[in-house]
Ligand binder design. Structure first.
Ligand code: ZN
Ligand code: ZN
Ligand code: ZN
Length: 141
């Protein structure tokens, strides 16, 4: 795998998987750590869940409650859109707005690596990822 894809995989393995301990953190999407169940992600390569929202915790466009860590479905917006099979597969809608996409210039430092562009969608054909770029098992044994 090319270096840029390895780096993206590291990002998908770590973003929002570790608990935030930054004092006074605004607990937003800008922070690379999680603050509550709603922005928590399991490492998809470790846990092997799919990007399909869990029928136990998602209904009518709303996430509620918690579920088993071994469940094969996604438990948050973050688990759906930072999933190896959905990440950078669809065009960014924010980019079409007047302000453009705020996430494509967003930079985070995570595990001693700097990641530029944390948008889950692509802005040009170069950023678009091929379906089979990341290898993962469903579910992980
Ligand atoms: Zn934080
Ligand atoms: Zn579940
Ligand atoms: Zn974007």
């Amino acid at each position: 795998m090319e270096e840029k894809y390895k780096k993206l995989q590291r990002f998908l393995e770590t973003y929002k998987t570790q608990q935030c301990n930054i004092k006074g953190c605004p607990s937003s999407r800008r922070c690379p750590y999680y603050h509550k169940y709603e922005d928590y992600r399991r490492n998809p390569f470790e846990w092997g869940y799919t990007y399909h929202p869990c029928p136990k915790t998602y209904s009518g466009g709303q996430w509620k409650g918690q579920c088993d860590k071994k469940c094969p479905f996604a438990h948050s917006y973050y688990e759906v859109w930072f999933h190896p099979h959905t990440f950078r597969r669809y065009p960014c809608q924010l980019e079409k707005g007047q302000m453009g996409c705020p996430w494509k210039t967003h930079v985070v430092n995570l595990d001693n690596t700097t990641f530029e562009n944390t948008c889950t969608h692509f802005h040009n054909e170069n950023e678009k990822l091929k379906d089979d770029i990341f290898q993962m098992e469903h579910p992980r044994k």
